[in-house]
Design a protein around this ligand. Structure first.
Ligand SMILES: Cc1cc2nc3c(=O)[nH]c(=O)nc-3n(C[C@H](O)[C@H](O)[C@H](O)COP(=O)(O)O)c2cc1C
Length: 379
């Protein structure tokens, strides 16, 4: 196989052209540490933080912005649609040397965001998008911090904006662009449309184009790069409960053989380590509540039975988790196709919520009010 051209984001050249997708409530420091153990040297993006919260400061956002001492690049996704607020947030992050890379989210389909004209609604307004990107790039550039953006194909099938978004991003000095190849209306339903990734690569040849959507196994990434000509892949749900996917991706994209899926005992050992890191990060009580979703993802595809699954989904302490793990058969193998069982978000389509009359004046520069959007999750 041919070795793909190397991906660069700013000065950073990852060991393989692979990026962990930002996932709210998931891609915190413990999760990224687990992934990095399997594949150091890739780009692992932190969960999204709100620009307003960065500027005004609050304890929760501070904790969300934690990077471990050895983590490079420190990649953070910032959400905002007010050019001034966003510029201020990025300038602060850079001046305080908190980040090495800023990603921005223009794909969030959550109703409370798009209803105000933010998230996935922004790319429908090219002038607004341009103003936001100009402000973000101007804030980050003096510090040598690259800005990347992540977006969807558009709001609906008859309002596709990915090509104009990509062109504007390249013109405004964005370092790389990532396309989640679904519309906001599709949400997470149906297959991602990889042809749109190929189109985007053709339309924006001058900066790296990253493809996102439906990479469940390493072979999918190889196929996406071959079929679309994209410069790298962004991986979300496929790594939930499977941090070793990054090792598999790095292996496959470097032409090395991919290791077989772990036995349940091996998956559970990783699960136990992950839970301990999360307990150090959040405190055991909060961590174990949050860990329940991870526990169910780690078990996905292993035939452990409904009762065991239910017990893991109610785990409250590390000791209890250890007892549950001790009771499973470590030699259990993943069912064929277990990697492809969807996890995380699967629903859709949705009705996209927009401000009244939003689509009548697409050239305007009206700034969405995102001051109240302190707790959104999604892309
Ligand atoms: C739980 C969850 C949270 C997400 N949060 C964000 C987010 O904060 N920002 C973002 O840009 N995308 C977010 N996404 C979307 C993913 O980054 C990614 O674009 C999407 O899952 C499609 O990729 P996949 O098929 O590899 O999962 C989220 C997805 C999931 C499943």
């Amino acid at each position: 196989m041919t070795t793909p051209a190397r991906l660069r984001i700013g000065n950073f050249e990852p060991a393989a052209p692979v990026v962990l997708a930002p996932m709210a409530g998931v891609t915190n420091a413990p999760f990224r540490t687990m992934c990095r153990r399997f594949a150091p040297g890739l780009v692992y993006v932190n969960e999204m933080v709100m620009a307003t919260a960065v500027v005004h400061g609050n304890a929760k956002t501070e904790r969300m912005m934690t990077f471990t001492a050895d983590e490079r690049p420190r990649s953070l996704q910032v959400y905002g649609s007010d050019p001034v607020m966003l510029g201020e947030a990025i300038r602060k992050l850079c001046a305080e040397d908190r980040v090495d890379h800023v990603d921005m989210n223009f794909g969030c389909p959550a109703a409370k965001v798009t209803r105000k004209g933010g998230g996935a609604a922004v790319p429908a307004k090219p002038n607004l998008l341009r103003a936001i990107l100009r402000s973000a790039v101007a804030a980050a550039t003096p510090y040598g911090v690259p800005v990347t953006i992540k977006f969807r194909k558009g709001l609906y099938d008859d309002l596709l904006t990915h090509l104009t978004t990509g062109r504007i991003a390249a013109e405004e000095g964005v370092a790389a662009i990532a396309l989640h190849a679904r519309t906001a209306e599709q949400h997470y339903a149906g297959d991602a449309d990889w042809r749109a990734i190929a189109e985007l690569k053709q339309a924006v040849p001058e900066i790296p184009v990253l493809g996102n959507g439906d990479i469940w196994e390493a072979a999918d990434a190889v196929r996406m790069m071959r079929e679309t000509g994209c410069d790298g892949v962004v991986v979300g749900r496929g790594c939930l409960g499977r941090p070793w996917l990054f090792r598999d991706l790095a292996d496959a994209l470097s032409g090395r053989p991919v290791q077989p899926a772990p036995l349940l005992g091996e998956a559970c050992a990783v699960m136990a380590d992950h839970a301990r890191l999360l307990a150090d990060h959040l405190g055991e009580n909060l961590a174990l509540r949050d860990f329940r979703k991870h526990a169910s993802w780690y078990l996905t595809g292993y035939p452990v039975g409904g009762e065991t699954r239910r017990r893991f989904a109610m785990v409250s302490t590390l000791a209890e988790l250890d007892d549950l793990i001790a009771a499973v058969d470590p030699a259990t193998t993943l069912v064929p196709g277990g990697e492809r069982i969807h996890r995380g978000h699967t629903n859709g389509p949705i009705r996209v919520a927009l401000p009244d009359g939003y689509l009548t004046h697409l050239d305007d520069l009206e700034i969405p009010d995102d001051a109240a959007e302190m707790a959104v999750s999604g892309g």
